[in-house]
Design a protein around this ligand. Structure first.
Ligand code: AMP
Ligand code: MG
Length: 495
């Protein structure tokens, strides 16, 4: 068989999640979306499951990913979970608008099967006050960001496509609805474990943990205490994920425990943002008045969330001290990963004791000057050891040029120390410092056009963000600092 040749009905659905006890989910049909049309598809996501990208133009495919028909072999369900929201126990939540179709084999021998989930496909028993829908605006944002994060090498769920409809739902104003088809090996969350812990249902808790270990962490089965090993591995992956977020300036915006993947993937894209004018206290979700999920606090909140998971797994691990000791891996992993990523961003090949001071001094001048995060690291790659004229592009990002010059003296000294070579360093830096990220104003422009039925800008942005490290001189405008009008953009929690 040639690759990427399957139709949606040929994907070969199976249902590991549906094999869990009945209380774990509700079987139900998605609610049809009137007259759906394709907004955008990701060919690279399609390739992951050998789906023929020609499917994106096929009516039967569009009907299936909009919830109007059920693909062959799928068994739709909504999962229950609970969680802590903004630090407070929120009780039962669940897939209020996401419907799991099942999992399909991934392309390639070693790859894990991928679940397909329709987000925005109608009400479920877990919809609470919601309408079960997702608006076009937030669906395009989730689609583009999922694919952009994957291209940046950050662990994330993927997005296969977005379909839209003229059906209106009420948010701050009436908006048209859409469905995002997203993919991940699993959408099980920290909150899925908390659910059984807070209901005092130890056997269900064990069932879930065994399911996760057997399917996603089989090597932990042989550990002395597999549940402790699970906590350790999830904590480690979470710390690695958040170190990557910090290094690229990504802010999730809603790091509630129900939005934390048990696989250490970035999931549930909502009011996220990429850091522009650097401010460590930046809050991308304007409903987060306390700044619990600000850029600076993400590492600490990631750890808090791992403690919440540790609490939920405690009945299985069996010992408080052991559980607390296991969680210590968060801090060490985070620090090690973050420092390694920052060294790479600075083009450093070796590790020196003073590097932390150099990095801290850098963040002080970025903060003081509100320097654009992405542009700074990208342009820093052009610096030359013995030619300060080459500093101009990066130096011009600072109002206080002297502050940059002072830091650059220390930076150059550090580069001299390891006999850094300009051309080699620039190549290495360009491979880790993206030129293109999903700036809010870029997403906003693509969404406005899409709301007027012109989907070309979504497709163009996707193509650019799939190659974030490439120069793409023809798309120079997309690397520019945000225009003045972007200052007034607010990303609300409503989706
Ligand atoms: P979030 O913070 O977006 O991950 O959502 C928190 C919870 O609210 C999850 O259980 C969602 O499924 C649910 N939810 C959010 N929006 C809606 C909606 N429009 N309809 C039903 N449930 C929703
Ligand atoms: Mg969520």
């Amino acid at each position: 068989m040639t690759s990427h040749s399957k139709t949606i009905d040929e994907l070969g659905f199976s249902h590991a999640y549906a094999a869990l006890p009945p209380d774990f989910y509700t079987s139900l049909m998605p609610t049809p979306l009137p007259a759906p049309y394709l907004v955008c598809g990701s060919a690279s996501a399609a390739a992951l499951i050998d789906l023929d990208p020609a499917e994106f133009k096929d009516e039967d495919f569009i009907a299936a990913v909009s919830g109007n028909t059920i693909p062959h072999g799928a068994r739709p369900l909504a999962a229950v979970y609970s969680g802590h929201q903004f630090g407070v126990w929120a009780g039962q939540l669940g897939d209020g608008r996401a419907i799991l179709l099942g999992e399909v084999p991934a392309a390639g021998q070693q790859a894990e099967a991928l679940e397909l989930q329709l987000k925005g496909a109608g009400m479920t028993p877990y919809s609470r006050m919601g309408d079960g829908r997702a608006v076009l605006r937030s669906s395009i944002r989730e689609f583009l960001c999922s694919e952009a994060m994957a291209a940046l090498g950050i662990p994330t769920s993927r997005a296969l496509c977005v379909t839209g409809s003229e059906k209106l739902v009420m948010r701050e104003t009436p908006e048209t609805t859409a469905v995002v088809t997203r993919m991940a090996p699993s959408f099980i969350r920290f909150g899925s474990f908390e659910h059984w812990f807070y209901h005092d249902r130890k056997e269900d808790l064990r069932h879930l943990a065994d399911h996760v270990i057997d399917r996603f962490y089989p090597s932990l089965r042989g550990a002395e205490n597999p549940y402790r090993a699970l906590l350790e591995e999830v904590t480690r992956r979470t710390a690695v994920m958040i170190a990557h977020w910090q290094a690229v300036g990504f802010m999730h915006g809603v790091m509630n425990t129900d939005n934390m993947s048990i696989l250490g993937l970035t999931i549930d894209y909502g009011p996220f943002g990429f850091m522009e004018a650097f401010d460590a206290r930046h809050i991308c979700n304007h409903t987060d008045q306390q700044g619990r999920y600000s850029y600076a606090r993400q590492p600490e909140i990631g750890q808090w969330n791992c403690y919440a998971l540790g609490q939920a797994l405690l009945p299985l691990i069996g010992d408080v001290d052991e559980t607390v000791a296991t969680l210590e891996i968060y801090q060490t992993t985070y620090t090690r990963t973050y420092n390694a990523l920052l060294r790479k961003k600075l083009g450093l090949q070796t590790m020196e004791h003073d590097d932390t001071a150099l990095i801290e001094a850098l963040f002080e001048i970025l903060q003081a000057g509100h320097v654009d995060f992405t542009s700074f690291f990208r342009k820093l790659g052009q610096l030359q050891l013995n030619n300060s004229a080459a500093d101009e592009p990066v130096r011009d990002l600072f109002i206080d040029r002297a502050a940059f010059d002072e830091w650059a003296v220390a930076y150059r000294a550090r580069l001299h120390q390891e006999h850094s070579i300009d051309a080699t360093r620039r190549l290495a830096m360009d491979a880790v410092n993206p030129k293109y990220v999903l700036r809010n104003y870029l997403a906003h422009a693509a969404i406005e056009k899409a709301q007027n039925k012109d989907f070309s800008e979504v497709a163009r942005l996707l193509a650019i963000l799939e190659r974030p490290f490439d120069e793409q001189p023809e798309h120079e405008d997309y690397a520019k600092l945000p225009p003045d009008w972007a200052n007034d953009l607010e990303v609300s929690c409503s989706s």
